[in-house]
Write a protein that binds this ligand. Sequence first.
Ligand code: FAQ
Length: 327
Amino acid sequence: MYSQGLIGADGSTEETPEFLAAFQKRIDAEEKIEPNDLMPEGYRRTLMRQIGQHAHSEIVGMLPEGNWITRAPSLRRKAALLAKVQDEGGHGLYLYAAAETLGVSREEMTEDLLSGKAKYSSIFNYPTLTWADIGAIGWLVDGAAIMNQIPLCRCSFGPYARAMIRVCKEESFHQRQGYEIMMTLARGTEEQKSMAQDALNRWWWPSVMMFGPHDAESQHSDQSMAWKIKRFTNDELRQKFIDATVPQAEFIGLTVPDPDLKWNEEKDGYDHGPIDWDEFWRVVKGHGPMARDRIRARRKAWDDGAWVREAALAHAEKRKARKIAAE
Ligand code: FAQ
């Protein structure tokens, strides 16, 4: 007996209830699923979507900060920023490799990014206007990324979970270098302090939005939680981020731009003001301030690199032919 549409979110599939139940049993027993294991098509597609979009976010995320490497205020800052941006490129590569184990090629994923079919994180559609934005990105954007990615180290899919362990260690360094930039500016001249406050004002809400839509609007969360791809909902992670970050802002004397922010004794967390979901969806749908620039830059990099990919393929073919001839 076959059932259809049981998988939900990422596509209908035809799999026996026995197969699906046996798979769920493995998930519930906290077994890791590996690339060669049998898995429901919906599970595979959900992971290809999420890991692919995560990889794109890392690569596109190099652009706003890369923009400041040549303008870093000292050699120490330049070296740290260079290393950070390079790390993000490395994260993209682990993630593309993890997605490839599910049967999608890097070329296909890139085509989907360039055609607008695949998303990347909304946060990277905002511009970096001053040096303080580099501090705000490290502190808030990497801070939000860590909050989201620590639970992904326990994701049920082995290659994704393992990639996340190293990624989180590196993100932790990124978060500290960002916070240290903000702290230095906040303790500097009046002008430097107001630059830091201005960056916090512009990056706070987009960072809060990074966690995705409200749980009630999140189409994939229920199934991804059941499959233990996600361990916390979007709103749960957003709350953790706000609770961890507000005291950090207070410590360096900056004000979080949310007049409704208030400690709630009962829930042991902050209440926050309304999130501008219209802005979030506008940006997600490709109308963010920097969306066209980001895709244009990725397309140029892909086109400029075509000769390298062609040369590498030709070299591999030649080596293969030589090996066969020698056998
Ligand atoms: N931006 O049903 P849900 C970083 C889409 S890495 C754009 O809740 P899900 C490191 C979502 O894809 C940052 N789109 O979806 C760094 C879906 O559309 P789809 C990236 C968003 O997957 C730092 C629709 O809305 N991190 O920052 C966003 O269950 C500094 C419905 O949403 C990851 O990718 C958004 N913010 O939950 C690099 C982590 N939110 O796909 C450089 C892994 C939602 O059906 C510099 N990903 N959407 O067309 C995840 O944890 C999840 O995918 C969520 C979304 C939580 C992002």
